[in-house]
Design a protein. Structure first.
Length: 371
């Protein structure tokens, strides 16, 4: 990530802060920190933090602890590095006084009620004039439109994930457990260049494939049943996300209809994607086809979502969301049909919204019935 890239992002972000009349912004969400600074420190868990950005119109500061001091100086050269010893909250009054802060914006999705209370108490005691301003999705909305370099990294993350799957499919045999299959895919992505996984690999055989987010078990795969795979590689911070269904040796007529319905619904939705179209309308294209083919209420989740530094981000292709598609968005299209006690089919591709329509980023082309 170049210095110029970070500067351009910061310029855009500062304009957003100005529109909200926020003079200082506290950035705590891991992906947003990375997006605006280059700092790749990872939060160990929700109630632990690798650090925070404080951004004003003229100042940039990365507040962290001693574990990340060297990393911060290397990865975020535009930022002053401040090492807190008693935690971020106790340091805030000193830092905000330095910045002459009047209104502190923060990410309401990341600050817990417990921490909000502590921050409010600290500021009431030391800096009562500072106004706390909860915000939602200011940086996430900026991240929705991917820069050319981001798109190329996502392509690489997708290529890593896809490259291993054909080789893996040659090893898939009756008797292999879901856990063994998931580990083979994970190992292949790691060895193929992935920094880490986008999310834990899903492998679900037979009746388990009716569970959209099944956890791999010791259940063995069998001939003729649907075997659902959902996996993705993370590369240079960016995610890929794919779903495929395989059948060993044969497929019965019932699941042939299910598969064809899902395949057609996906293609119809992709064909409908173009700038200016509502994400809700794209979801309806796939959902209406599935309903018409006799599978009403068997497709319970949204059609798709954005992918970038997070595996699930805006925009959402959903009957509950109405967002306008724009060139530069990267989204998934993943219709599914789930028949409890029998099995399910989901197909997921990654799509780039372009000026003239949709570009399918996937290159994985293989039969869904393998001998």
């Amino acid at each position: 990530m170049t210095k110029r890239t970070i500067e351009n992002r910061l310029n855009f972000f500062r304009k957003s802060c100005s529109q909200h009349q926020i003079d200082t912004f506290l950035v705590l969400i891991e992906e947003n920190r990375r997006y605006l600074s280059g700092f790749t420190g990872e939060d160990p868990q929700f109630d632990e933090s690798a650090g925070a950005l404080l951004i004003t119109d003229t100042q940039l500061l990365l507040a962290t602890d001693s574990r990340f001091e060297t990393q911060g100086r290397m990865e975020a050269p535009l930022y002053e590095i401040y090492i807190y010893k008693a935690g971020l909250i106790k340091s805030l009054p000193y830092l905000l006084k330095r910045f002459e802060t009047k209104k502190l914006g923060f990410e309401s999705l990341r600050v817990s009620h417990n921490n909000y209370t502590k921050i409010a108490e600290q500021l009431t005691s030391d800096l009562p004039a500072v106004e706390l301003a909860p915000t939602e999705n200011i940086i996430e909305n900026q991240r929705v439109l991917k820069e050319p370099d981001e798109i190329e990294i996502i392509r690489k993350a997708l290529l890593i994930a896809e490259n291993i799957f054909k080789d893996f499919s040659n090893t898939l045999k009756p008797g292999m457990t879901e856990k063994d299959a998931a580990w083979a895919i994970e190992k292949g992505m790691r060895e193929g260049g992935a920094d880490m996984l986008s999310f834990p690999v899903i492998v679900a055989a037979g009746e388990n494939s009716a569970l959209p987010h099944a956890i791999p078990s010791n259940r063995q795969v069998r001939r003729g049943e649907p075997i659902l795979f959902d996996w993705g590689a993370r590369f240079n911070g960016y995610c890929s996300d794919i779903s495929r269904i395989l059948f060993l040796d044969t497929i019965d007529n019932n699941f042939q209809k299910v598969y064809q319905t899902v395949f057609d619904a996906q293609q119809m939705a992709i064909d409908a994607i173009k700038p200016g179209v509502s994400s809700k309308a794209i979801d309806a294209v796939a959902r209406n086809h599935i309903d018409k083919m006799g599978f009403k209420d068997k497709f319970g989740h949204a059609l798709g979502h954005g992918v970038g530094l997070s595996v699930h981000e805006a925009p959402r292709l959903s009957p509950l969301k109405d967002e306008t598609l724009e060139p530069g968005m990267i989204i998934t299209v993943e219709p599914g049909i789930y028949l409890p006690g029998k099995g399910g089919v989901r197909l997921e591709n990654m799509i780039r919204v372009k000026e003239d329509g949709a570009e399918v980023l996937n290159r994985l082309d293989m039969p869904y019935v393998i001998k």
